[in-house]
Design a binder for this molecule. Structure first.
Ligand SMILES: [Zn+2]
Length: 229
């Protein structure tokens, strides 16, 4: 039904293209800077450890996890997880990503408002995205799409809000990461541009996710308005 509607594609395509472009930029930046060694010789794990210890977060562990770009900070476990590439890598990419994840730990420590808000939104967003698939198919099978439209709109409103909160949290984590990397001398002057490029490329994927969620929301609102007339 939706996929036969040319208007849907009009709303969907900009988000899709932006998402693909962001992924290409990110993998380019990663591929380039995973080959550029850092002067300090620190690994990603080593750099993150320095930042955490300096902030008094000696009790936050750093563990290696499988997967590519699986790096994250888990606020429920108060632990940092780094992919093997970034855990062991002594490169601009590894140190940049690891420092970004340490930046999330610093946000948590500082009780940064948007970080807490994002944390609170995680279970609601997970529920909404699971519910979306079920509701969508129930609507499709029973021909009740009009009836479930308000629920679909609510789901995309939740997803848009989540992405809207995530974006500044990600930028702030990168800002904190760069600040600490330079202040502690873990990265030198001529390495700054590379670190920024890796982190900006990662942030772009969150911009794409936000645009995509917003356009979906707008589409369903337009659809609901059209069906009311
Ligand atoms: Zn992040």
């Amino acid at each position: 039904m939706f996929w036969f509607d040319p208007v849907y594609w009009l709303f969907l395509i900009p988000g899709l293209l932006l998402g693909i472009w962001a992924q290409i930029k990110l993998s380019h930046a990663n591929r380039k800077y995973i080959q550029v060694p850092v002067d300090s010789g620190l690994t990603g794990a080593g750099a993150a450890r320095e930042i955490l210890d300096h902030a008094g977060l000696n009790d936050v562990p750093i563990a290696e996890i499988p997967g590519h770009l699986s790096d994250h900070y888990d606020p429920t476990k108060r632990a940092l997880f780094l992919s093997s590439d970034n855990f062991h890598g002594q490169t601009i990419a590894a140190v940049g990503v690891a420092a970004h994840e340490a930046g999330h730990a610093l946000q948590h420590q500082a009780a940064y408002g948007l970080f807490n808000m994002r944390m609170a939104l995680v279970p609601i967003t997970q529920f909404a995205s699971t519910a979306y698939m079920g509701i969508f198919f129930v609507g499709l099978i029973f021909g009740l799409l009009k009836a479930v439209l308000p629920i679909i709109i609510m789901i995309f409103a939740v997803m848009t809000l989540f992405q809207l909160v995530t974006l500044p949290v990600e930028y702030d984590a990168s800002r904190r990461a760069k600040e600490q990397l330079f202040r502690l001398g873990l990265v030198h002057e001529h390495e700054r541009a590379g670190v920024s490029r890796v982190l900006n490329a990662a942030a772009l994927t969150y911009v794409a996710a936000l645009v995509s969620a917003m356009l979906n929301l707008l589409y369903y609102i337009t659809l609901a308005r059209g069906s009311r007339n």
